[in-house]
Ligand binder design. Structure first.
Ligand code: UPG
Length: 445
């Protein structure tokens, strides 16, 4: 990498978790085409195998990108009172942010600017400000979430208080404290890059651009959709082969992203619900937050009886799959998703209706983007899967042969899940308006 060519030299600082890493690498690959020199700062030890594998495949595919390894001072999870290993990694980086200073200032040629993950903002800005290094954020969630983030602890009128993750209502939690500190540091950044686009989030983007939402909000650049890289196609082929033999729009794809673990009991509940729905399904099961800890086989997780029942209806896997390719298959007619932002954007891009089942964090707010666009329906409350009686797989309603005439993201198949009877009535009323044909397949009331 030489400074004599006059190129900009940009450093990328992702935090942790595939949901944060993937958009970084997708952005990095697109920046390469703009003749930028790039440095990727990777934090060690890396939390999940999925991240380690992706980083090494990425760096082999792009040898022109420089890797700088950052090793923060380890934090004790008990002392830090953080159980989630990805959040612990964010906090570890934050507390060692001062160690980034020599790493950044030793870059050659000198850096033109850095792009920092949203989870690290307030701790990294103090380092880069001292070095007079411009700092941009890659906000890995929705523009709708950014509108909340930019005002926090105020809540914009467009966002119902109930959509906030319960943890943000606890002002003493370290998550809330970091969220608030990061939000407060926003005005010191040079800009916000976001994986969204106008057709998907017209109103939130307009509101952010208007300047009325937050004083001093830096410019927001909607750069989405970030396209996946060829090198991401490292995963299992079985799901794609299985999908090739299924009828068009007949399969529900079920996945809760890269870091949402579900207990064995809840997995079995969900499995029984899917079998009872009578719908074909492709289901990615995840019983541990971090993939390295996934030791049990599917037989042990699901139990022999359920495995047998599933045989005729669907395909279940527990390995990393190529979600982008799956969503692009004709056989996939719908997506039961936790509404992680990457999944939402990928579903929108492929025109797949979503049944949203938010689990934590930004996911309820992301789910509202789907509903506002009219291409899916989502659970309206943070009901947790706790017991058989409370299971959320109460209602899977499948509306077939839909044609509400709103373009390519609609009209194949839609799903409705509701947590209680009031929601059910609201949904049915909504459906009557757009004249869907409704089949109630499974109701656990
Ligand atoms: N993916 C695969 N194969 C798998 C599982 C996931 O390709 O087997 C991909 C998927 O296509 C997507 C990404 O991994 O690109 C997962 O990202 P996302 O859908 O956003 O889910 P999470 O991994 O849960 O993402 C975290 C948070 C989420 C947040 C997101 C971005 O849980 O709430 O919106 O990060 O900040």
């Amino acid at each position: 990498m030489s400074s004599s060519d006059g190129n900009l030299h940009v450093a990328l600082l992702p935090s942790s978790g595939m949901g944060h890493l993937l958009p970084y690498l997708r952005l990095a690959a697109s920046l390469i085409h703009h003749q930028l020199s790039l440095t990727l700062i990777t934090t060690h030890p890396i939390v999940s195998s999925a991240e380690s594998q992706l980083i090494s495949t990425f760096l082999s595919a792009f040898p022109q990108i420089t890797q700088k390894k950052f090793t923060p001072i380890p934090l004790d999870s008990v002392a830090a009172n953080i159980t989630d290993p990805f959040q612990l990694q964010w906090e570890t980086i934050r507390q060692s942010a001062h160690l980034l200073s020599p790493l950044i200032s030793s870059s050659s040629p000198p850096l033109s600017f850095i792009i920092t993950d949203v989870t690290l903002m307030s701790s990294v800005i103090s380092v880069t400000a001292k070095l007079c290094l411009p700092n941009y954020i890659l906000f890995t969630s929705s523009a709708r979430m950014l509108s909340l983030f930019s005002c926090f602890p105020s809540i914009p009128s467009s966002i119902p208080k109930e959509s906030l993750p319960p943890i943000l209502l606890d002002s003493n939690s370290s998550f809330t404290k970091n969220f608030s500190d990061n939000s407060g540091s926003l005005k010191h950044f040079n800009g916000v890059l976001i994986n969204s686009f106008e057709e998907l989030e017209k109103e939130p983007l307009k509101m952010l651009a208007s300047g009325n939402l937050t004083k001093g909000l830096p410019p927001v650049f909607p750069l989405g959709h970030f396209l996946p890289l060829e090198l991401e196609r490292i995963s299992l082929l079985a799901p794609l082969k299985w999908l090739e033999n299924q009828e068009e729009s007949s399969v529900v794809y079920v996945s809760f992203g890269s870091r949402t673990a579900i207990s064995k009991e809840q997995i079995r509940e969900l499995g029984n619900g899917l079998v009872l729905s009578g719908c074909k399904f492709l289901w990615v099961v995840k019983s541990k937050v971090v993939d390295k800890e996934e030791e049990e086989g599917l037989d042990e997780i699901l139990g022999h009886q359920l495995m047998k029942k599933i045989e005729n209806n669907g395909l279940v896997v527990k390995e990393w799959v190529d979600q982008w390719q799956i969503l692009s298959q004709k056989a996939v007619g719908g997506f039961i998703s936790h509404c992680g932002w990457n999944s939402v954007v990928e579903a929108a891009w492929h025109g797949i209706p979503v049944l949203g089942w938010p689990q934590q964090g930004d996911q309820m707010i992301n789910a509202e983007v789907i509903e506002a666009g009219g291409w899916g329906l989502c659970m309206k409350s943070w009901v947790k899967w706790q017991s058989k009686a409370q299971t959320l797989v109460r209602v899977v309603r499948i509306c077939r042969d839909l044609n509400c005439g709103r373009g390519r993201v609609f009209g194949r198949i839609a799903f409705i899940a509701v947590a209680d009877i009031t929601d059910a009535i609201a949904v049915i009323t909504g459906i009557a308006v757009v004249n869907f044909t409704l089949f109630i397949v499974y109701c656990g009331y």
